[in-house]
Design a protein around this ligand. Sequence first.
Ligand SMILES: Cc1cc2nc3c(=O)[nH]c(=O)nc-3n(C[C@H](O)[C@H](O)[C@H](O)COP(=O)(O)OP(=O)(O)OC[C@H]3O[C@@H](n4cnc5c(N)ncnc54)[C@H](O)[C@@H]3O)c2cc1C
Length: 95
Amino acid sequence: MSTPSTYDLVIIGAGPGGYVGAIRASQLGLKTCVVEKDKCGGVCLNWGCIPSKNLIHQAQTFAEIKALEDMGVEVNPDGFDYGIVQKNREASRSD
Ligand SMILES: Cc1cc2nc3c(=O)[nH]c(=O)nc-3n(C[C@H](O)[C@H](O)[C@H](O)COP(=O)(O)OP(=O)(O)OC[C@H]3O[C@@H](n4cnc5c(N)ncnc54)[C@H](O)[C@@H]3O)c2cc1C
């Protein structure tokens, strides 16, 4: 049986608020515990900021096809697969 640990501070949630607060608290010398019920990184790293920026980047890159066409380069968009776009977004998550 493990010995129960004691902490100076317990933070509920390992989103940007939780993990940044925990890092700062431990820098200040507090024995800190972070409790996360789902995925470390919270909304930002798993569903919000990072995955949405990945989608935006892919959309911007796709839009550059038009610039290529304006330069006379023909691109066949038939291979466009939204499933792969979503797989790329998934791969950008923190886990
Ligand atoms: C689509 C989208 C795009 C975004 N883009 C940006 C951006 O570009 N720039 C920006 O600054 N912000 C952006 N945001 C906002 C950003 O995601 C939030 O401001 C940020 O995630 C808030 O962090 P937080 O730690 O307060 O909460 P959250 O990220 O919500 O984290 C809370 C954590 O607590 C956990 N939790 C909740 N209850 C419990 C419990 N009882 N026990 C254990 N764990 C628990 C959750 O599972 C979660 O991991 C975006 C949000 C979305 C939805």
